[in-house]
Write a protein that binds this ligand. Structure first.
Ligand SMILES: NC(=O)c1ccc[n+]([C@@H]2O[C@H](COP(=O)([O-])OP(=O)(O)OC[C@H]3O[C@@H](n4cnc5c(N)ncnc54)[C@H](OP(=O)(O)O)[C@@H]3O)[C@@H](O)[C@H]2O)c1
Length: 166
């Protein structure tokens, strides 16, 4: 899973991001490029297009929903099955190992207990917004790596976390 949140676990505002941090998109691209990405339909709407270089799996309960370049999935399980098959079919030449759930909060609530690694950007600030990552609890995770950064006085960190129980 890969997400960015503020001090209060806020991740979204008006179906968009509450902040803009230069470099964060490049980091997202670096981690996800070449890997299947799974997202909720609202997150897809906020992006507005299929992200290139990665097979895009969008989860929706609307059986009529479709979009060019997107594989539609009826549940998280369906998305995991389809994206895992994609990895099997494509692993030979690309050394792939991850399928990445990229949000939003709704889909992540279901995916959190299944997650083996969490790429979490934590921004040291409190923003206004309307979507929080309530399913994330610091006590369930251990830090594997951490990179502290700053942009115009704003501190943020790229964390890689793994569940304590696994
Ligand atoms: N900060 C970050 O890293 C980050 C990352 C991603 C998104 N975001 C933000 O998060 C917000 C969107 O998050 P959200 O929680 O509102 O929505 P979301 O999880 O992106 O999408 C919710 C939709 O996904 C579908 N869905 C979810 N679980 C499902 C399931 N188990 N089975 C079938 N369909 C399922 C449903 O689509 P249908 O209604 O079509 O059935 C549901 O309405 C936006 O503001 C976005 O910008 C932030």
């Amino acid at each position: 899973m890969m997400l960015a949140m503020d001090k209060n676990k806020l991740i979204g505002k008006a179906n968009g991001m509450p902040w803009h941090i230069p470099g964060e998109q490049a980091y997202f691209k670096e981690v996800t490029m070449g890997k299947p990405i799974i997202m909720g339909r609202k997150t897809f709407d906020s992006i507005g297009r299929a992200l290139p270089g990665r097979p895009n799996f969008v989860v929706t309960r609307n059986s009529e929903w479709h979009f060019d370049g997107v594989q539609v999935c009826s549940s998280l399980g369906d998305a995991i099955a389809k994206s895992s098959q994609w990895v099997v079919d494509n692993a030979g030449d690309k050394n792939l190992s991850e399928v990445v759930v990229i949000g939003g909060a709704n889909l992540c609530a279901e995916a959190m207990p299944l997650t083996d690694r969490l790429y979490l950007t934590v921004i040291d600030h409190e923003y206004d917004g309307d979507v929080w990552l309530d399913s994330f609890d610091w006590k369930d995770w251990q830090e594997c790596s951490r990179k502290d950064l700053e942009h115009e006085g704003l501190g943020y960190a790229y964390l890689v976390l793994e569940p304590k129980s696994k």
